[in-house]
Design a protein around this ligand. Structure first.
Ligand code: ZN
Ligand code: ZN
Length: 173
């Protein structure tokens, strides 16, 4: 992928689309309780696509927030917070109940549900928050998996922030 690569993330009915420019900061599967709880809530909505992966996590690609734009269907977006005070909002395309992205509002990155991206999206590189993983299905074969957030995750996120001049853009939605 080059700096000019543009990936589009679309809902299952095609009305909502985001464009992400350049390579993601990283791609990961998260097994934390919040991601799994939210995934089950999303999957329970009529017509919703599967959100949990076969090994019980949620696959994401993290992009710089200043490199993601909502290109269509903004009117269908609805935010979902696990608790009212949560700084994390998960945003769903209500046209077809498809979760699109997770926005840690104080963060400089935007976390796109990887299933929304084309198959050419970079593969998942690491498993996060395995200490909260439940069920007896092991993590997928050969994936480096970590109890929480490993140093290499933190370093990549901070390097991306340095590349942004330590700004914290907000998504215009
Ligand atoms: Zn839709
Ligand atoms: Zn998580």
């Amino acid at each position: 992928m080059t700096a000019k690569t543009r990936l589009s993330a679309t809902c299952t009915c095609g009305q909502v689309a985001l464009a992400a420019t350049g390579a993601p900061i990283l791609s990961a599967v998260c097994y934390c309780g919040d991601c799994r709880t939210a995934a089950r809530q999303f999957e329970a909505a009529p017509g919703a696509p599967p959100v949990l992966s076969a090994d019980g996590g949620v696959d994401y690609c993290l992009f710089r927030k200043d490199r993601v734009a909502i290109t269509s269907g903004e009117v269908h977006l609805r935010e979902h917070r696990l608790t009212e005070a949560s700084p994390t909002r998960r945003v769903v395309a209500a046209c077809c109940n498809t979760p699109m992205f997770l926005d840690f509002t104080r963060g400089h990155w935007l976390t796109i549900f990887r299933d929304r991206l084309p198959a050419s999206a970079p593969p998942v590189e690491m498993g996060l928050m395995v200490k909260q993983k439940t069920g007896d299905r092991p993590c997928r074969d050969g994936l480096p998996a970590y109890p929480a957030y490993p140093a290499k995750f933190m370093i990549r996120v901070v390097l991306a922030w340095a590349g942004m001049g330590f700004r914290r853009p907000t998504l215009t939605w």
